[in-house]
Design a protein around this ligand. Structure first.
Ligand code: SAH
Ligand code: SF4
Ligand code: F3S
Length: 438
C-alpha cells in the first residue's frame, strides 16, 4: 500500500509531513512518487496567502476523479487550512469524498483516523490537542539536514497573519526533549540541524527555570563533532544580544539569520503590529554585523499592505538597498479573513503588482552585488543533494546560507567540501570543489 503527501506550506509544514510519513510507514504504507499511484493521499495544507488555498482546492477537486478510478483511495486533508474557522465544514459539504480532516494540533490522531477510513468511516477532528512528538516516529526526508521543532504557535498577532489562529498560542518544547532529539540526530549522522519556530527567540519563556533561546544555542553549540546549526524564524523585536553572542562563540552555530522585516516604513510596521520601527531594525542590523562581520541576513518583505503609500513603499526599497540582505522572500499582501488587516483599506491589485516587480528587481541588484564579492573566494559548503534544475549538478550552502551549484559525485552528500566560486548569475552561484583551504 502506497502513500503520497502533498506539502503546501513552510518548513514547519514540511516537518509535519515527516511526522505524517512516520505514522503511515509504521502502519505499513510505503512512499510513492505520484498521487495517481497512492492508496492514501495526504494534503498537508497552508493558508498563509490566497494563492496557496486556491491551489489546494484545485487539487482537491481533481481527487474526485482518482477516487472513481480507485475506490479504495483514502484522502486526508490536514495542516493550517483545515484548522481555519469553517473550513472543516466546507470540506465536508463541498468535498464529500475527503475521508479524513485533521488540524495542526492533533496529528497524533492520524493513525486512528486512517484505521477508521479503511473501514469506510469518515473522521473529522480539528480540536487543538497538545501531542508529544516523542510519541511517534518521523520519516525524515531532508538528509543531511534535520528539522527540529523548538516552539509551536505564535503570540504575536501581526495584523495580516493567519498563523496565530491556525497554529495556536506559543508553547516551547522542554529543553531536555529538544536536546535528546538533537543528540540522537547527530549520532545518526545528520550534519545540519535546523531549529524551527514561528518566533525562535521567544523560546523558553513559558518553561520552568531560566531557559531562553540563547541557553539552547549554548547547549547545542557545546556538543562535539562537526555539524551546522541553523534556526528560523527570528523576530526582530526579540533577537537578544546573548543570541548574537552565542552565534559568535560557537563555530557550529551558523552565521546566518533569517530576520523578516516585512516593511521599511515605521508607519506600516505600526499598522502591522510588528512592534519595532525602521530605526530599531537598522540598529539591530548594526549590532549583529559588529559581532558577526560575515553574517548572511535574509528576510521576508511584503508589499501592498493596507494603506501602504508610495512613500511607504519607497522606504522599503531604501531599506533593502541599505541593509543588503543576501536574499529576500518577497510577497504580495494577501487579505486573510479573521485577521485585523482584513477590514483595513485595501490597495488595488495593479499597485501591488507594480510594487512587487520593483521590489524584486531592487533585491536582485543587491544579491548580484554580493555575489560579485564572492567570486574566486573559497567557501566551506555542506553537500546537500542534487539540484534537479540542472543536469548532473549538486548543490549546498555556505555557512552564511548562500546556495552554490557545483559538480561532484553524489557519494559526497552529507560531507563538507571547499568550493571556489567561479561564476555568479545574479542569485545563483556556480563553483568547483578545490583542495585548498578557505
Ligand atoms: N513567523 C515568521 C513567518 C511566518 S509566515 C515571522 O514572523 O516572520 C512567512 C512570511 O509570510 C511572513 O514573514 C510574511 O512575510 C508572509 N506573510 C504572512 N502573512 C501574509 C499575508 N497575509 N499576505 C502575504 N504574505 C504574508
Ligand atoms: Fe505571523 Fe507575525 Fe507570528 Fe510571524 S510573528 S507567525 S508573521 S503573527
Ligand atoms: Fe506555514 Fe502556511 Fe501554516 S506558512 S504555519 S503552513 S499557514
Amino acid at each position: 500500500m502506497n502513500y503520497f503527501i502533498h506539502t503546501y506550506g513552510c518548513q514547519m509544514n514540511v516537518h509535519d509531513s515527516e511526522k505524517i510519513a512516520g505514522i503511515l510507514e509504521e502502519m505499513g504504507y510505503v512512499v510513492c512518487d505520484s498521487v495517481e499511484k497512492a492508496d492514501i493521499a495526504v494534503f498537508n495544507t497552508c493558508c498563509i496567502r490566497e494563492t496557496a488555498e486556491k491551489k489546494i482546492y484545485g487539487h482537491l477537486g481533481a481527487i474526485k476523479k482518482l477516487k472513481r478510478q480507485n475506490p479504495r483511495l483514502i484522502t486526508v486533508v490536514c495542516g493550517c487550512m483545515s484548522q481555519q474557522e469553517g473550513v472543516a465544514e466546507k470540506i465536508k459539504t463541498s468535498y464529500p469524498f475527503v475521508d479524513v480532516v485533521l488540524g495542526t494540533g492533533n496529528l497524533n490522531l492520524l493513525k486512528q483516523a486512517v484505521l477508521d477510513a479503511q473501514k469506510k468511516k469518515k473522521f473529522c477532528n480539528v480540536d487543538f490537542l497538545r501531542y508529544r512528538e516523542e510519541d511517534f516516529l518521523q520519516a525524515r526526508t531532508s538528509y543531511p539536514n534535520a528539522w527540529v521543532n523548538i516552539n509551536y504557535g505564535c503570540n504575536n498577532f501581526c495584523t495580516y497573519c493567519i498563523v496565530p489562529y491556525v497554529r495556536g498560542r506559543e508553547r516551547s518544547r522542554p529543553l531536555t526533549d529538544v536536546m535528546a532529539e538533537v543528540e540522537k540526530l547527530l549520532a545518526d549522522g545528520y550534519k545540519e540541524i535546523t531549529l524551527l519556530g514561528q518566533n525562535v527567540n521567544s523560546y523558553g519563556h513559558d518553561l520552568d527555570g531560566n531557559v531562553s533561546f540563547a541557553t539552547l544555542l549554548n547547549e547545542i553549540g557545546k556538543l562535539s563533532g562537526k555539524f551546522r546549526l541553523r534556526f528560523m524564524t527570528s523576530h526582530p523585536k526579540d533577537l537578544s544580544e546573548d543570541v548574537i553572542d552565542a552565534i559568535a562563540a560557537y563555530p557550529n552555530v551558523c552565521n546566518n539569520i533569517h530576520l523578516p522585516v516585512q516593511s521599511g516604513s515605521t508607519e506600516i510596521l505600526r499598522k502591522m503590529n510588528r512592534r519595532y520601527t525602521r530605526d530599531d531594525y537598522f540598529a539591530l542590523i548594526d549590532r549583529i554585523r559588529a559581532k558577526l562581520p560575515d553574517v548572511g541576513i535574509t528576510t521576508d518583505i511584503m508589499v501592498g499592505f493596507p494603506e501602504e503609500t508610495e512613500q511607504d513603499f519607497e522606504d522599503t526599497l531604501d531599506l533593502v538597498r541599505h541593509v543588503k540582505f543576501s536574499s529576500a522572500f518577497c510577497f504580495v499582501y494577501s487579505r486573510r479573513k479573521g485577521t485585523p488587516a482584513y477590514s483595513m483599506e485595501q490597495i488595488p491589485y495593479e499597485v501591488k503588482k507594480e510594487r512587487i516587480t520593483r521590489l524584486i528587481a531592487c533585491q536582485n541588484e543587491v544579491t548580484k552585488q554580493i555575489s560579485q564579492t564572492m567570486l574566486k573566494k573559497v567557501y566551506e559548503v555542506l553537500v546537500e543533494g542534487e539540484n534537479f534544475r540542472y543536469d548532473q549538478t549538486m548543490c549546498g550552502r555556505t555557512e552564511s546560507g548562500r546556495l552554490v551549484n557545483f559538480k561532484c559525485d553524489p557519494s559526497l552528500i552529507g560531507q563538507f567540501v571547499n568550493v571556489k566560486i567561479d561564476r555568479a548569475t545574479s542569485a545563483t552561484l556556480w563553483g568547483s570543489i578545490v583542495t585548498e583551504d578557505k
